[in-house]
Design a protein around this ligand. Structure first.
Ligand code: SF4
Length: 451
C-alpha cells in the first residue's frame, strides 16, 4: 500500500448527450480514486458555460439541483488530489475563462514541466494569474494566441507547453481532447449507448454510464467533437510513447483497461513473475488490500501456495483531515488494516504489496502480522524499488524520503522487520505488461527522465 503517493487527477468529457452533466458526475464518481480533495463540472448549453466546483468528494459536492443547473449537451469534469498547503478552491478544476472568442473551460491530468518558464514569460507580458495551477497557463496561451479560431489557438498553445497532459477543453459548441506526445497519462474514447461520446482517464468510467470503449486517444493526438459528427482526429505531434507504468502498478482501478490492456490482468502477471524470480516457502500468500490483491492472486496461482485473506481493510474510515506527521500516519494504518488472527496464527506468510515508499507502513504491517502470531513474514513487492520522484503528474515525496533511494533492499528488510524482502525487477515488470520497445516511463524506478 502506497504511502503518500497520489495520482493527481482524473478528467472526463461528455459530448452530444442530453444529460451530459449527470453522465459526467457518474463518470467522476468512478474516477474518485484518482483524486479526493476537490471536483468540478462545467457544462455548455450551446450559448453559455456553467461551472460548479468545490472541495470534497464528488458525491458531497453535487446533488440533483446543482446538476440541473449544469444544463446542456456537453460537459467536462475533474477530480483533484492536492498537495498539502495547496488545496485552495481556486486550484480546483475545471478552469473557466471568458476571452475574445467567448467562453471556455479546461480540465487537465498531468504536470507541465516548463510551467514556471511559460508562466514567467506570460507575467512579463502582463498576464495576471489567479491560481498556482499550471493549467492556467493554457488559458492565457489560448487567450493571447493571435490565431483566429479556437482549434488553431489550442494547437498553438499546446505547442508551447511540455510535460504530461491529458486535456479536455469545452467551448460553447465544441469539445476537444488531447494527450501529450508521450502519452504519460491515459485517456480513452467511448461511445455512449443512447447517443454521444465520452472521453475519460480510465474505462471504468464508461461501464457505469453504459458507454462502449472505442479506443485510446493516441499520444500527440487531438480529437475534435462537433454536433452530429464523429470525432475528428488531428495528429499534433509525432507520438513518442512513454506511458506511465505506475498506472498498472498502483493508480488505475483493476476493472479498467488502460493503454489498451486490462489492469487486473497486468497486476496478476506481476504477481506471477514475482513468484518465479523471488520464490519462498510459505503456508499462504496474503495481499495488502486493496492494492496487493491482484498480484497476490497471480503469485498464489503461479506458485501453487494457497491464497488467503490475512488482512482486513476497513473501508469506512473516510478521509482524516490530519497533519501528515509520522505519528498520525501510523495511526491511520492501524485504523485502516487489521489482521485475521485465526488465519495467520502459527503460519509462514508471504505478504504481497504493490510498492514501498517510506517503509513505515510496511513495518507497521509486518509488526501487526507478527503480533497476530505469524511465524515468518516474507514481504514481496510487485514493482521495483521506488527510488525517484515523479515530475509527470503524480505526487511523490522528495527523493530523500523515498526509502529505496537511501537504503539497500537488505537494509529495508531490516527496517521493516520482515524475514525476507524482494522486489520485482524492471525486466520482469516490463515483461508483465507486454512492453514493446521503450514505450513505458519507468523514471520513478530508474531516475531516467525523458523530459
Ligand atoms: S515517473 Fe513513475 S509515476 Fe511518474 S510517469 Fe513515470 S512511471 Fe509514472
Amino acid at each position: 500500500m502506497l504511502e503518500n503517493v497520489n495520482e493527481k487527477c482524473a478528467v472526463v468529457g461528455i459530448f452530444g448527450h442530453k444529460e451530459a452533466s449527470k453522465l459526467a458526475y457518474f463518470s467522476l464518481h468512478s474516477l474518485q480514486h484518482r483524486g479526493q480533495e476537490a471536483a468540478g463540472i462545467s457544462s455548455s448549453n450551446g450559448t453559455k458555460l456553467h461551472t460548479i466546483k468545490d472541495r470534497g468528494l464528488v458525491m458531497q459536492i453535487f446533488d440533483e439541483a446543482k446538476l440541473t443547473t449544469l444544463s446542456g449537451n456537453s460537459a467536462i469534469g475533474h477530480t483533484r488530489y492536492s498537495t498539502a498547503g495547496n488545496d485552495s478552491i481556486l486550484d480546483a478544476q475545471p478552469v473557466f475563462a471568458r476571452y475574445d472568442l467567448g467562453e471556455m473551460a479546461i480540465v487537465h491530468n498531468g504536470n507541465l514541466t516548463n510551467a514556471q518558464e511559460v508562466r514567467e514569460r506570460l507575467i512579463k507580458k502582463g498576464a495576471i494569474f489567479q491560481t498556482f495551477m499550471d493549467t492556467e497557463n493554457l488559458i492565457h496561451l489560448i487567450a493571447k494566441s493571435e490565431k483566429e479560431k479556437l482549434l488553431e489557438r489550442i494547437i498553438d498553445a499546446v505547442k508551447k507547453i511540455e510535460g504530461a497532459f491529458s486535456l479536455v477543453f469545452l467551448s460553447r459548441t465544441k469539445m476537444f481532447a488531447m494527450r501529450d506526445r508521450h502519452g504519460f497519462r491515459p485517456l480513452s474514447l467511448g461511445r455512449i449507448a443512447n447517443g454521444g461520446y465520452v472521453v475519460a482517464s480510465e474505462t471504468c468510467a464508461f461501464d457505469l454510464i453504459g458507454a462502449e470503449f472505442i479506443r485510446d486517444v493516441e499520444p500527440g493526438e487531438l480529437l475534435i467533437f462537433e454536433k452530429d459528427k464523429a470525432p475528428i482526429s488531428i495528429k499534433v505531434y509525432e507520438p513518442t510513447p512513454k506511458k506511465c507504468i505506475f498506472e498498472y502498478v498502483y493508480f488505475a482501478r483493476p476493472d479498467s483497461s488502460v493503454f489498451g490492456q486490462s489492469v487486473y490482468q497486468m497486476r496478476k502477471n506481476m504477481g506471477a513473475e514475482l513468484s518465479k524470480i523471488k520464490p519462498v516457502e510459505a503456508d499462504m500468500v496474503i495481499p495488502v488490500p486493496d492494492g496487493g490483491v491482484p498480484s497476490a492472486i497471480g503469485y498464489a496461482q503461479a506458485s501453487g501456495i494457497p491464497y488467503e485473506m490475512g488482512i482486513m481493510r476497513n473501508h469506512y474510515i473516510g478521509r482524516t483531515f490530519i497533519e501528515p506527521t509520522q505519528e498520525m500516519r501510523d495511526l491511520k494504518v492501524k485504523m485502516k488494516l487489521s489482521p485475521m488472527i485465526d488465519t495467520i496464527k502459527g503460519k509462514k506468510v508471504i505478504v504481497i504489496d504493490d510498492s514501498i515508499v517510506r517503509g513505515t507502513t510496511s513495518r507497521r504491517i509486518v509488526r501487526m502480522l507478527k503480533d497476530a502470531g505469524a511465524t515468518e513474514v516474507h514481504m514481496r513487492i510487485s514493482s521495483p524499488p521506488t527510488t525517484d520522484p515523479c515530475f509527470y503528474g503524480v505526487d511523490t515525496p522528495d527523493k530523500n524520503k523515498l526509502i529505496a533511494s537511501n537504503m539497500s533492499t537488505e537494509e529495508i528488510c531490516e527496517f521493516i522487520e520482515a524475514d525476507s524482502l524482494a522486489y520485482l525487477n524492471s525486466d520482469a515488470l516490463l515483461r508483465s505488461v507486454h512492453a514493446k520497445d521503450d514505450e513505458y516511463c519507468t523514471a520513478c524506478f530508474t531516475g531516467e527522465y525523458i523530459i
